[in-house]
Design a protein. Structure first.
Length: 269
C-alpha cells in the first residue's frame, strides 16, 4: 500500500504554509506555489512554476480559494496569480481540494475534468473552524475595547456555528450577551441558553446600549440606520464572509471614529 503522496499546496496564508510543513513532516513530497512571501518552509519544495503540478496526487487550495477576477487567493505571493495558470497543467481526473469554492474555480475545474472537493462544505471542518474564529473575535475585542468583557453589553448577530461558539465564550467571560437572529427557532435556542433575543429585521433603534456588536451573517443586516444608533466607542467586528453584513465602507465614511476590525478568514455563520 502506498503511503507517500505528491502534494501541491498553492496560495493562501499562514495556514497553508503550516499545512505544507505538517504534510512534509508526515513523509509526503510537498511542493508549494504562490507562498514565496513566507520564506523557506521545512522539508518543502517551493516552486516558481506550477507545471510540475501535473504529477500531483492532490492540489490543495486555500480557504477562501479565490478572489474576484478569477484569481487565486494569494496574500503571501508577490503578484496576482490567476486560477487558470495553476489549473492549466493539471490532467483530467486529478484531485483538487479547496475551501469556499467559487464560480470561477468550479467552472475551470469542470472544463478540465478535475475532481473538485470543497473541504469547507464538510460540517466537521466548519464546526471546528468556528472555534478559532470566535477566539479571534474575542482577542480583537480584548485589544480594542477600553473596558473589560466582563459586564460588557454584547450583541451577536446570527446564531449559526460561529454565533453559537462566540456567544457561549463571551458569556463565559461574564459579558451580558444578546443574540439577534431571523428564525424564531434560533431565537428560542438563544433564549434557552440564557441570552436575550432580538429580531435581526428590527434592530434599528435598539443598538444604543451595546459596547460590542459582532456580526456573523453574510448579508447587509447593519445599514446606516442601525449603525447610527451605536454609541461612541462601540466596537463593531464583522466575521461574515464577503461582502460582510456591517456596511464597513459606509460606516467608516460616515462614522470614522467607530472601529471596525476585520476577522480571521473563513468566517461564516
Amino acid at each position: 500500500m502506498r503511503h507517500e503522496l505528491n502534494l501541491w499546496v498553492a496560495g493562501g496564508d499562514l495556514r497553508q504554509a503550516k499545512l505544507a510543513e505538517l504534510l512534509a513532516a508526515d513523509g509526503h513530497t510537498v511542493h508549494t506555489w504562490a507562498l514565496e512571501g513566507h520564506g523557506p518552509l521545512a522539508g518543502v519544495h517551493m516552486e516558481e512554476d506550477p507545471a510540475g503540478a501535473e504529477l500531483a496526487d492532490c492540489v490543495i487550495l486555500p480557504l477562501p480559494a479565490e478572489e474576484e477576477g478569477g484569481l487565486l487567493h494569494t496574500p503571501l505571493s508577490d503578484r496576482p496569480r490567476p486560477l487558470a495558470e495553476l489549473l492549466a497543467p493539471l490532467r483530467p481526473g486529478q484531485l483538487v481540494c479547496a475551501g469556499m469554492v467559487g464560480p470561477t474555480l468550479t467552472a475551470l475545474a469542470a472544463e478540465r475534468g478535475l475532481v473538485l472537493q470543497d473541504y469547507f462544505a464538510r460540517e466537521e471542518l466548519a464546526v471546528a473552524n468556528a472555534v478559532p474564529t470566535a477566539e479571534g473575535a474575542i482577542q480583537i475585542a480584548l485589544e480594542e475595547l477600553p473596558i473589560t468583557l466582563h459586564g460588557a453589553r454584547v450583541l451577536v448577530i446570527g446564531f449559526g456555528r460561529i454565533g453559537k461558539a462566540l456567544a457561549r465564550r463571551l458569556a463565559g467571560l461574564g459579558a451580558k450577551v444578546s443574540v439577534a437572529a431571523r428564525k424564531w427557532s434560533d431565537l428560542a435556542w438563544a433564549e434557552s441558553c440564557g441570552y436575550c433575543g432580538e429580531q435581526t429585521e428590527h434592530l434599528a433603534g435598539w443598538l444604543c446600549g451595546y459596547d460590542l456588536v459582532v456580526n456573523t451573517v453574510p448579508a447587509p443586516v447593519l445599514g446606516l440606520t442601525e449603525l447610527s444608533d451605536l454609541k461612541p466607542g462601540c466596537l463593531v467586528i464583522d466575521l461574515a464572509s464577503k461582502p460582510g453584513g456591517a456596511g464597513v465602507a459606509k460606516l467608516r465614511a460616515v462614522f470614522p471614529a467607530v472601529p471596525v476590525p476585520s476577522a480571521p478568514d473563513g468566517g461564516r455563520s
